[in-house]
Design a protein around this ligand. Structure first.
Ligand code: SF4
Ligand code: SF4
Length: 81
């Protein structure tokens, strides 16, 4: 299940540089996560890196429009690497 960033984002930019899949970019009002590139960090780290570095709790949440199993995230990772 890819992550997404809510409107509570303060545009600090901390998450962008730390995403191993380059899935995060600056949007018009808040930062955005490209669900096609987000693997929840599967293949790179044990837990989502963006959540670790984001200074605001609850801003980065599961994207309900893109529910994926761990196997699907692993396959997405394999396709990109
Ligand atoms: S969970 Fe990982 S892959 Fe997805 S946006 Fe965050 S840092 Fe990038
Ligand atoms: S780290 Fe959090 S607050 Fe900063 S740009 Fe990313 S989502 Fe927004």
């Amino acid at each position: 299940m890819a992550k997404m960033i809510t409107e509570e984002c303060i545009n600090c930019g901390a998450c962008e540089a730390d995403c191993p899949n380059e899935a995060i970019s600056q949007g018009d009002s808040v930062y955005l996560i490209d669900w096609e590139k987000c693997t929840e960090c599967v293949g790179h780290f044990d837990s989502p890196k963006c959540l670790e570095v984001c200074p605001v709790d609850g801003v980065i949440i599961p994207n309900p429009a893109h529910v994926e199993s761990k196997e699907q995230l692993q396959a997405k990772y394999a396709k990109m690497n």
